[in-house]
Design a protein around this ligand. Structure first.
Ligand code: ATP
Ligand code: MG
Length: 428
């Protein structure tokens, strides 16, 4: 009976059959050592020379060929995964071409990006992608258990919600529309129908500068909640991020270890998270000799300096109106700033969520639209929402790749997503 390799590794001894890709192959002292990978795990299999009928064929088999084999599994602490299969019988399902481009040697990043369709099979990408999947599973689990309903908004939109500079135009039957930057405006319509909601969807931003932290297409987990203010939405984020980190620490230890992340780093997390205001952040940066003035946006280069001071996630709150989108609610105590908060990951990683309280008052929203010189006609339906049952509400957006990057200690965001879209790359 065919079984998954993961089942064998979880402790099956005796006769088993498996199938998968030949991940690696070497011979020593008349024995062939095959590492076989099936998507659930990798196991070492040995083939002795006395199996002459197949030995020669398998010895010549290029890596990444697919085999099906039957053998006897037993515990072996020397093998990766702790089990080894002594092959009784093996057949080739697909013989790969020789010269698999990814060799056991150093390849530059551009080479690996050009061969991403094959590099996905690497142990590094496997670990990252499994952690990414578990992160999303834990996120959905927490949100669903806490009463949030999943909701989808369109990807084709008519207007900007995060500023015009990063809009991607699309020709829509001769009319200009855009790829969405966020679900924000649609989410505010849906809360009056469903209450607390979330989405997991791609957002698109034509990021024109090359950074290690910006994709042009990223996965955005967004949450919106009625009857909610800035304080409450920060508490939601603290509980939510803590749950995800603790779940990963518990369930993904081998993968985390492979990437150099200690589970203990993630278990350290505990609400409440440290909070500093934008004003305090500017003062801290000035003290460190950074050239920055009140009102400037905190760029990712500068963010990094702040994020190196912390070993747990922290918030920066109350950003000036000028650096936040028009829908952020101005602080009634200080109209220059908004009731906003970004969460920054520690160890220099920087912003992973952006959010805060939204404007729920009709006149206040109209005033901000005018100040930002937006065409109110474009936002008519959105403004309408303030006429029919408008309540204080708040939300946030988490960049999935930003969080994966931090958890997996990646140097570049491109490795947090299977097929990255960057300013200079849409292939493969
Ligand atoms: P940044 O200042 O880093 O460009 P932002 O302020 O534009 O971020 P928001 O509009 O608040 O970001 O979006 C919410 C979250 O989405 C961010 O906190 C980040 O995690 C993620 N995000 C935003 N832009 C990108 C991008 N280009 N690539 C990957 N993730 C992104
Ligand atoms: Mg941005």
């Amino acid at each position: 009976m065919l079984v998954d390799i993961s089942r064998v590794l979880s402790g099956i001894e005796g006769e088993v059959s498996i199938r998968g890709w030949v991940h690696h192959k070497r011979s020593s002292g008349g024995i062939l050592f095959l590492l076989v990978r099936d998507g659930t795990g990798i196991i070492q299999c040995t083939l002795r020379k006395d199996k002459a009928e197949v030995f020669e064929e398998i010895e010549k088999l290029p890596v990444e060929s697919v085999v099906e084999l039957r053998g006897v599994s037993k515990k072996d602490p020397r093998a990766i995964g702790g089990y080894e299969i002594a092959i009784e019988d093996i057949k080739t399902i697909h013989k790969a071409e020789s010269g698999f481009p990814i060799a056991k040697k150093y390849h530059g990043p551009e080479f690996l990006l050009d061969h991403r369709h094959l590099w996905l099979r690497s142990e590094k990408m496997q670990a990252v992608l499994r952690i990414r999947a578990k992160l999303l599973e834990a996120a959905r689990q927490w949100l669903t258990a806490h009463g949030y309903t999943e909701f989808q908004s369109p990807s084709l939109t008519q207007v900007a919600c995060e500023g015009g500079a990063t809009l991607f135009p699309v020709d829509y039957f001769g009319k200009r529309v855009y790829l969405t930057q966020s679900w924000q405006l649609y989410a505010e319509a849906a809360i009056a129908s469903l209450g607390k909601i979330f989405t997991v969807a791609p957002s698109f931003r034509a990021e024109r500068s090359r950074t290690r932290r910006h994709l042009t297409e990223f996965w955005h987990l967004e949450v919106e909640e009625p009857f909610c203010d800035l304080e409450k939405i920060m508490r939601v984020q603290e509980e939510f991020i803590t749950h995800i980190c603790h779940t990963l620490a518990k369930d993904m230890q081998p993968e985390l270890k492979k990437l150099g992340r200690e589970a203990g780093d993630l278990l350290k997390m505990k609400p409440p998270f440290p909070k500093i205001t934008y004003d305090e952040a500017i003062e801290m940066l000035k003290k460190d000799g950074v050239k920055i003035e009140w009102g400037d946006s905190i760029t990712w280069v500068v963010e990094k300096k702040l994020a190196l001071k912390f070993d747990v996630p922290f918030f920066i709150t109350h950003f000036p109106k000028e650096v936040k989108a028009f829908y952020h609610k101005p602080d009634p105590k200080d109209q220059r700033v908004t009731l906003s908060a970004d969460m920054l990951a520690p160890e220099g990683y920087g912003e992973i969520t952006g959010g805060g309280q939204r404007i729920h008052d009709y006149d206040e929203l109209m005033k901000r639209i005018e100040e930002e010189k937006l065409d109110v006609k474009d936002y008519q339906w959105y403004v309408d929402l303030r006429k029919y049952g408008s309540v204080p509400h708040a939300g946030f957006g988490l960049g999935i790749e930003r969080m994966v990057m931090w958890i997996c200690k990646l140097k570049h965001i491109r490795d947090a997503i299977p097929f990255p879209r960057l300013i200079n790359r849409v292939y493969p």
